[in-house]
Design a protein around this ligand. Structure first.
Ligand code: PLP
Length: 453
């Protein structure tokens, strides 16, 4: 029996079909427009293909790893096949483990719990909090934001130089920034890490939806990603990579599925023999639908072809950049400079505007969904803005007086499902808002900027 739906051949220039592409939303100024979802970096819409695959599987849903029935066996096969599909998608080595988790945050916390004793962790201040914060039980060295990819490698080399190469160390680095979209020199950082006896984990939350990722070619030890950013919003994530630290660690969660054998001791205690491999860290009933959806997304992106997807995204990035460059009040945030290769994620500030106000107006008056704030990367955004933490101003009043640093930024992000029309509408809306101002009044409610009525 096959539960996969047939792949419709995608046109080179067409976006991949996603759910919600025809959803209309009301405008405060009256009428409705098709929603332009430009917050892919937070959560991307589900690919239609993923949805169809999940719907085709749904009647066959059954318990995983435990049941003797036909549907249990089918679900178990699909779950384990999903693991193999994800391993192939990520270019894993033969003996790598693929552990299903809930998300990138969960994956990195799992790895943090598997660090060997005395492990030192090196991380740039530019990381998303999911990559910056899980290492709280280790000695953490937080590195300055580099201003070029070369400087990133040099900074890491300097930090690692002189350490005892026999002692365990881990470098955690993003593949593509969730703030600037810029690509990081992962292969070079991996070489530097390994030269100094350290291991490296790649946070591919923003990279994998936009670019091919090969664990083997990048020579990283682990990779973490989230299904909901990879067009598969069904609650699954992945940590894939070397087995040894994972097998050497206590199970992430203790419970059924992680235990091979459990017995009661004479003295009343409980003895347990844990599984090795992925099962060790997947206690409890696994999220088979999430894993299946994630594998479906991997298949869909592979079949669409990353050459095509990357070319299309470059075209969208160029449209946005060209459009924003024509608005002198807009400053696009960047670590590595305008020409640095990036994915479809751009953050910017608008002179004289409160970013929250601007994003609220894009939503309420134009039906365009972007994000505002510090994007769970507070140190990076503050470095890019050159601002120190301070109280948020009232919405509607410019947060940054002329010459004053902005507190927050606006982020626009897009991907495989984004039509040209959405980015064009966005650029036109930015131009119009800057020129004419907001048409509506806004107020602050629970820290968010919302239309006054
Ligand atoms: N890493 C990066 C670069 C991200 O952009 C995000 C989420 O925005 C995460 C990690 C955390 O992902 P999740 O919230 O799915 O755990």
């Amino acid at each position: 029996m096959s539960v996969h739906t047939a792949a419709a051949a995608p046109s080179v220039h067409a976006p991949l079909p996603v759910l919600g592409r025809d959803v209309t939303v009301p405008l405060v100024t009256g009428g409705e427009v098709t929603y332009a979802a430009l917050d892919y970096a937070a959560s991307a819409p589900a690919l239609q293909r993923v949805w169809d695959d999940v719907a085709a599987y749904a009647p066959y849903y059954g318990s995983v790893h435990r049941g003797a029935g036909y549907l249990s066996q089918l679900s178990t096969d699909l779950f384990e096949n999903a693991r193999a599909t994800v391993a192939a998608f990520l270019g894993c080595r033969e003996d790598d483990e693929v552990v299903f988790t809930r998300s990138t945050t969960d994956s990195l916390n799992l790895l943090a719990r598997a660090l060997p004793a005395g492990c030192e962790v090196f991380v740039f201040e530019t990381e998303h909090h999911a990559a910056l914060l899980p290492w709280r039980d280790a000695r953490v060295t937080c590195l300055d934001a580099p201003r070029t990819p070369r400087q990133a490698v040099e900074t890491l080399e300097r930090a690692l130089a002189g350490r005892d190469a026999g002692a365990p160390a881990l470098v955690c680095v993003t593949g593509a920034s969730n703030v600037t979209g810029e690509l990081w020199p992962v292969r070079e950082l991996a070489t530097a890490a390994h030269a100094h006896g350290a291991r490296i984990v790649l946070d591919a939350a923003q990279l994998a939806p936009h670019h091919p990722v090969s664990v083997a070619e990048l020579d990283v030890d682990w990779v973490a990603l989230s299904g909901h950013k990879l067009y598969a919003p069904f609650g699954a994530g992945v940590l894939a990579g070397r087995a040894d630290w994972l097998t050497g660690a206590e199970p992430y969660l203790a419970g059924g599925g992680a235990s091979r054998s459990v017995s009661r001791r004479q003295d009343g205690g409980v003895d347990v023999e844990w599984h090795a491999g992925a099962a060790r860290h997947e206690a409890g009933s696994p999220n088979v639908v999430g894993a299946y959806a994630l594998a479906s997304a991997c298949r869909a992106l592979t079949e669409a072809g990353f050459d095509t997807l990357v070319a299309r995204e470059r075209h969208l990035i160029s449209r946005v950049r060209t459009g924003l460059a024509e608005v002198p009040e807009v400053r696009v945030l960047s670590l590595f400079g305008d020409e640095a290769p990036r994915v479809g994620v751009l953050s910017f500030v608008v002179e004289g505007w409160n970013s929250s106000h601007f994003a609220a107006a894009l939503s309420a008056e134009y039906g365009i969904g972007v994000r505002d704030g510090l994007f769970c990367a507070h140190p990076l955004v503050r470095t890019l803005l050159g601002s120190a933490p301070r109280a948020q101003g009232e919405c509607g009043a410019p947060e940054a007086a002329p010459g004053e640093k902005s507190l927050n930024a606006i982020r626009v992000s897009f991907g495989a499902g984004t039509p040209d029309e959405h980015v064009d509408r966005f650029v036109d809306a930015v131009r119009e808002l800057v020129r004419d101002g907001a048409k509506w009044r806004y107020r602050t409610e629970n820290g968010r900027c919302v239309p006054a009525v």
